[in-house]
Design a protein. Structure first.
Length: 136
Protein backbone atom coordinates (compact mmCIF):
# COMPACT_ATOMS: atom_id res chain seq x y z
CA UNK A 1 0.00 0.00 0.00
CA UNK A 2 1.31 3.44 -0.93
CA UNK A 3 2.32 5.97 1.67
CA UNK A 4 0.64 9.32 1.29
CA UNK A 5 1.70 12.66 2.63
CA UNK A 6 -0.74 15.49 3.11
CA UNK A 7 0.56 18.87 1.98
CA UNK A 8 -0.67 21.88 3.94
CA UNK A 9 -3.31 22.42 1.24
CA UNK A 10 -4.44 20.64 -1.90
CA UNK A 11 -3.97 17.13 -3.24
CA UNK A 12 -2.45 14.18 -1.38
CA UNK A 13 0.95 13.13 -2.71
CA UNK A 14 1.56 9.43 -3.38
CA UNK A 15 5.24 9.10 -2.43
CA UNK A 16 5.62 5.76 -4.26
CA UNK A 17 4.82 7.46 -7.58
CA UNK A 18 7.68 9.92 -7.05
CA UNK A 19 10.34 7.46 -5.82
CA UNK A 20 12.67 8.11 -8.78
CA UNK A 21 12.86 11.84 -8.08
CA UNK A 22 16.11 12.67 -6.31
CA UNK A 23 15.94 13.89 -2.72
CA UNK A 24 18.37 16.73 -3.53
CA UNK A 25 16.55 17.93 -6.65
CA UNK A 26 15.53 16.97 -10.16
CA UNK A 27 19.06 16.95 -11.63
CA UNK A 28 22.03 15.47 -9.69
CA UNK A 29 24.37 18.12 -8.22
CA UNK A 30 27.32 17.24 -10.49
CA UNK A 31 25.22 17.10 -13.68
CA UNK A 32 24.58 20.08 -15.98
CA UNK A 33 21.81 20.18 -18.58
CA UNK A 34 22.21 22.66 -21.46
CA UNK A 35 20.52 23.70 -24.66
CA UNK A 36 22.97 25.40 -27.06
CA UNK A 37 22.01 27.12 -30.31
CA UNK A 38 24.28 25.70 -33.05
CA UNK A 39 22.63 27.32 -36.08
CA UNK A 40 20.34 30.29 -36.61
CA UNK A 41 20.07 33.93 -35.54
CA UNK A 42 20.98 33.14 -31.91
CA UNK A 43 24.00 30.93 -32.74
CA UNK A 44 26.30 30.20 -29.77
CA UNK A 45 23.75 31.17 -27.10
CA UNK A 46 23.45 28.58 -24.34
CA UNK A 47 20.67 28.01 -21.84
CA UNK A 48 21.29 26.22 -18.53
CA UNK A 49 18.38 23.89 -17.72
CA UNK A 50 20.10 22.26 -14.75
CA UNK A 51 17.58 23.44 -12.18
CA UNK A 52 14.99 21.20 -13.83
CA UNK A 53 11.33 21.89 -14.41
CA UNK A 54 9.60 23.28 -17.50
CA UNK A 55 11.01 25.78 -19.99
CA UNK A 56 9.00 27.55 -22.70
CA UNK A 57 10.84 28.24 -25.98
CA UNK A 58 9.42 31.12 -27.99
CA UNK A 59 10.10 34.11 -30.20
CA UNK A 60 11.27 36.89 -27.90
CA UNK A 61 9.29 35.31 -25.05
CA UNK A 62 9.39 32.54 -22.52
CA UNK A 63 12.27 31.02 -20.61
CA UNK A 64 14.29 30.43 -23.80
CA UNK A 65 13.68 33.49 -26.01
CA UNK A 66 14.80 33.22 -29.64
CA UNK A 67 14.94 35.97 -32.27
CA UNK A 68 14.12 33.60 -35.17
CA UNK A 69 11.03 34.97 -36.99
CA UNK A 70 9.97 31.41 -37.91
CA UNK A 71 9.66 30.48 -34.23
CA UNK A 72 6.16 30.91 -32.76
CA UNK A 73 5.57 33.14 -29.74
CA UNK A 74 5.09 29.97 -27.61
CA UNK A 75 6.67 27.34 -29.84
CA UNK A 76 7.72 24.41 -27.64
CA UNK A 77 8.35 23.31 -24.09
CA UNK A 78 11.25 21.37 -22.62
CA UNK A 79 10.55 19.40 -19.46
CA UNK A 80 13.41 18.26 -17.23
CA UNK A 81 11.65 15.88 -14.85
CA UNK A 82 14.53 13.84 -13.47
CA UNK A 83 17.58 11.82 -14.48
CA UNK A 84 17.04 10.56 -18.03
CA UNK A 85 13.53 12.08 -18.02
CA UNK A 86 13.83 14.96 -20.49
CA UNK A 87 11.09 15.80 -23.01
CA UNK A 88 10.37 18.19 -25.89
CA UNK A 89 6.73 19.12 -26.49
CA UNK A 90 5.45 21.11 -29.46
CA UNK A 91 2.92 23.74 -28.37
CA UNK A 92 0.86 23.71 -31.61
CA UNK A 93 3.51 25.85 -33.32
CA UNK A 94 2.99 27.10 -36.87
CA UNK A 95 6.21 25.62 -38.33
CA UNK A 96 6.58 22.55 -36.11
CA UNK A 97 9.24 21.16 -33.80
CA UNK A 98 11.80 18.70 -35.17
CA UNK A 99 13.93 16.21 -33.25
CA UNK A 100 16.91 14.86 -35.22
CA UNK A 101 15.11 15.75 -38.46
CA UNK A 102 11.68 14.25 -37.65
CA UNK A 103 8.65 16.35 -36.79
CA UNK A 104 7.44 15.58 -33.26
CA UNK A 105 4.57 16.44 -30.94
CA UNK A 106 6.12 15.04 -27.74
CA UNK A 107 9.31 12.98 -27.45
CA UNK A 108 11.92 12.02 -24.94
CA UNK A 109 15.26 13.74 -25.61
CA UNK A 110 18.76 12.57 -24.71
CA UNK A 111 22.31 13.92 -24.76
CA UNK A 112 23.38 14.93 -28.27
CA UNK A 113 19.88 15.29 -29.73
CA UNK A 114 19.30 18.18 -32.15
CA UNK A 115 16.11 20.22 -32.00
CA UNK A 116 15.00 22.45 -34.87
CA UNK A 117 12.45 25.22 -34.42
CA UNK A 118 12.11 27.47 -37.47
CA UNK A 119 15.64 28.15 -38.76
CA UNK A 120 17.15 27.57 -35.31
CA UNK A 121 18.98 24.32 -34.51
CA UNK A 122 19.82 23.58 -30.87
CA UNK A 123 21.81 20.74 -29.32
CA UNK A 124 20.67 19.19 -26.03
CA UNK A 125 23.51 18.24 -23.67
CA UNK A 126 23.65 16.39 -20.37
CA UNK A 127 27.13 16.63 -18.86
CA UNK A 128 28.05 14.72 -15.71
CA UNK A 129 30.78 15.81 -13.31
CA UNK A 130 30.82 19.42 -14.53
CA UNK A 131 30.59 22.96 -13.20
CA UNK A 132 28.14 25.58 -14.48
CA UNK A 133 28.80 27.12 -17.90
CA UNK A 134 29.52 30.84 -17.88
CA UNK A 135 26.71 32.87 -19.48
CA UNK A 136 27.10 33.72 -23.17
Amino acid sequence: MSKTKAPTEGTLIDEDLHADRLKSGIVPQDTRVYLRVVRGPDKDRAFDLSSGGCYIIGRQAGDIPLSDTKVSHRHAEIKILGPEAHFIIDLASTNGTFLNGARVERRKIVHGDELRLGDTVMRFSVLEGTVPLSPV
